[in-house]
Design a protein around this ligand. Sequence first.
Ligand SMILES: *Cc1c(COP(=O)(O)O)cnc(C)c1O
Ligand code: SF4
Length: 349
Amino acid sequence: MESICSLESLKKRLALTPDEASFQEKGHLPVKISDYYFHLIDPDDPDDPIRRQVVPTIHEYQARTWEDIDPLEEVAHSITDRLIHRYKSRVAFLVTDYCATYCRHCFRRRFTGTMHGPATREDIQTAADYCARHPEVTEILLTGGDMLTLSDEKIDEMLAMFRAARPDLVIRICTRIPVTFPERITDHLVQVITSHRSAAFYLMVQFNHPRELTPQSIAAVAKFVDHGIPAMNQSVLLRGVNDDADTLEELCNKLLAARIKPYYLFQGDLVEGTDYFRVPLEKGMQIEQELRRRLSGLAMPVYTSDLPHGGGKIPLCQDYLVSHGDDGSWTFRTPEGGLRHYHDPNVQG
Ligand SMILES: *Cc1c(COP(=O)(O)O)cnc(C)c1O
Ligand code: SF4
């Protein structure tokens, strides 16, 4: 079966709720759900966590005064319309605005699905030249949209251009395709990528719910890991999808078992139209505390907010430091809620 590419075609395959059926595509993030991802939905459950991520509702119209279309101020940090230089040592390149499946919580909806299409050779060359002139840049995030919507030939050509300019650049392949369209991950694709291995690649994926870890998606990620490309996961904390410690505990442990390191758990950005997904910070902090008690250090992601007005990423966690004095005495709270004193032997008190 083909992907579902409009609300009309979705209506033919799923009994929509009134909130879903009243969505208007015009002017909003397009509807697109791969056949594979669609089949993960339980059609009898209107609150299904997979469905919630991809089936649009009228709630997307509810722009709040505190929301913005570009809360990370990516445009202000842009070198070109596709190259963002927000952090000194790394740049993000928007390879394309297409995705295999559009997520209703997408934070880059100012760009995603706007039909700009893939970067031209000239766009890529400009970005590569910029990296060549900026040796302080040590990593590039190839993102979008989803770069793996490009053909193998285009990916090969793009990687060759970046490698020619900067053979030492660590490249992050940022993609949700292993989660939403795993059949795209072929041996040939992985060969194309690894043929440019003059420096490390990392695979950055986005699993948000344990049910997304299917034999197919696990096998898709394994193709990268087996070829020396480590996999990292960036989840988004989403109301009605994964906003409880049990679901996230299961997700993180399953990720770890699949050789995918839980890297970030993002607080939802203040992006227009995503209010119904947002989890209160207070609740997010409680979930983070609970996860820290339950998960191993390897399985624990960093709960992170990308602050509004382009403030950048900060870790969100409870403060374990209670007090400290000039005499080298420190007092900490333990994860279980006790107190411990630490006297710093380097300070003469
Ligand atoms: C998140 C982000 C990065 C990477 O940040 P890390 O904390 O290194 O993962 C780089 N550039 C932009 C614009 C980002 O939003
Ligand atoms: S795959 Fe990423 S860029 Fe594409 S819609 Fe989902 S969150 Fe947005």
